[in-house]
Design a protein around this ligand. Structure first.
Ligand code: HEM
Length: 411
């Protein structure tokens, strides 16, 4: 019987992601075999199941509010190299469908081409490990508590001789949803994100997209990109420049349909309809997806570059449609302005190839960092977004009687 999709993917009709999300990355100590990693994951899964019911193991008989916690677990390609692994690397996870490493001296391209680059101070990608666990919940505590409970268990199970945890936390990234539906660049984000009836077919691996690895049917792939936005550079642009790069009106969110005779952005004049102020308001549904445009500048904007096959059957991998479930972040930084703002870009898709091609192909996002015509970029736009961590993880299906998702990978 085919497995089912893990929780933590909010794709159903009317579903929206809860307020908080944390991605936790776990690294296996050198020489630790698949069986031992599997035992630890089975124990961790038990801890997580308890937390979703409000049980903290150190507080027996004193239940807590789980805050709507949902837990998803995924595996990076290195898992399949662990000694004694019970599964081989799926064909759709081959090296050409993955991100490059950061340069040892810092920076470097995420993929070939001129698109996204690692930040100059990132010498090692912190998000490419054996395991990624995603926690989503309504509260900050709901997603923070499982991180500490993970550490407690791994600490308690450390190798007594060496004193090191066989599975160690290598990075923790938190993010939150914004009630205003906007991103740090002030524009609405997540307006156009696949019709809900198309989503499951984009996300879930089926008999065809499993490409011969039938055990992954019912699962999905999670892609994670921690992208910092250089707000200094963004603020140096005029509102017109920003709108032409994004492809939408900054205030209303209306998609651009072309340019004015003066070369400025021309939003759809029918949107928003009377008595509404933003594209997200009821009554503006038909204007949320940018339509076909023939203006080359608008065609080169982010929304058009990122989604060029919107009228194709989304289920077909060649449509390059993806399901985005990103979360904003803000973290302290030792350098001016004292914080770093950005997006934990998260997408789910039945094959990593969909996302890799969006990011690699010229005319899509491959020849620019964010949007705009490749040869006509405003100053600095080649480094508006920088990558602070990136990884792709197989999210195996839930299979009845397996102690945790993907247990068979560990022999
Ligand atoms: C910090 C980084 C990013 C920011 C601030 C950002 C911002 C935006 C904004 C403002 C929109 C328009 C609102 C909407 O249609 O939802 C949008 C749409 C979109 N973005 Fe991004 N984006 C970022 C990174 C990415 C990346 C890395 C991808 C890679 C695939 C991507 C793919 C898309 C897609 C597919 C759409 C929908 C296009 C459409 O059909 O309208 N974005 N993004």
């Amino acid at each position: 019987m085919a497995g089912t999709l893990q929780e933590g993917i909010f794709h159903g009709p009317g579903a929206s992601p809860p307020g908080h999300c944390t991605q936790l990355f776990l690294r296996a100590d050198r020489g630790t075999g698949a069986e031992r990693v599997g035992e630890l994951l089975a124990e961790l899964w038990g801890v997580y199941r308890d937390l979703t019911r409000g049980t903290v193991r150190d507080l027996p008989g004193h239940p807590v509010d789980p805050g709507g916690l949902q837990v998803l677990i995924g595996y990076g390609p290195k898992v399949f190299d662990l000694a004694g692994a019970g599964r081989t690397l799926p064909a759709t996870f081959a090296p050409e469908f993955r991100f490059r490493s950061a340069s040892p001296s810092g920076g470097g391209p995420l993929l070939s081409g001129r698109g996204l680059q690692y930040a100059p101070d990132v010498r090692q990608n912190p998000a490419t490990e054996e395991v990624c666990v995603q926690f989503t919940a309504d509260t900050a505590l709901g997603v923070h508590r499982p991180v500490v409970e993970t550490w407690k268990l791994l600490h308690d199970r450390a190798d007594p001789a060496l004193g090191v945890a066989l599975l160690a936390i290598s990075a923790v990234f938190t993010g939150f949803q914004r009630a205003d539906g906007r991103s740090w660049i002030d524009f609405h984000d997540g307006i156009s994100n696949l019709r809900s009836d198309q989503r499951a077919r984009v996300i879930q691996i089926d008999g065809e997209t499993a490409a011969g690895d039938d055990w992954i049917i019912g699962g999905t792939y999670l892609a994670f990109l921690r992208l910092a936005v250089d707000l200094d550079l963004w603020r140096d642009l005029t509102r017109d420049q920003q709108e032409l790069l994004v492809g939408r009106d900054k205030l209303t969110g209306s998609p651009l349909v072309g340019r004015t005779p003066e070369g400025g952005p021309r939003p759809d004049p029918r949107c928003p309809v009377a008595a509404t102020t933003e594209v997200v308001d009821a009554g503006n549904e038909e204007f949320r997806e940018p339509g076909t445009v023939d203006d080359p500048v608008v065609q080169a904007s982010h929304v058009h570059r990122a989604n060029q096959n919107k009228f194709e059957d989304a289920a077909r991998p060649n449509s390059l449609r993806i399901f985005r479930q990103g979360y904003e972040f803000l973290e302290p930084s030792p350098v001016a302005p004292g914080f770093r703002a950005g997006l934990n870009f998260v997408s789910f898709q039945d094959t990593p190839d969909r996302l890799i091609r969006v990011l690699r192909q010229q005319k899509w996002l491959g020849d620019v960092n964010f949007g705009g015509e490749a040869g006509q970029q405003p100053a600095g736009m080649d480094r508006l977004l920088t990558v602070r961590g990136a990884g792709i993880y197989l999210v195996p299906p839930l299979v009845p009687d397996e102690p945790f998702p993907g247990a068979a990978v560990f022999g």
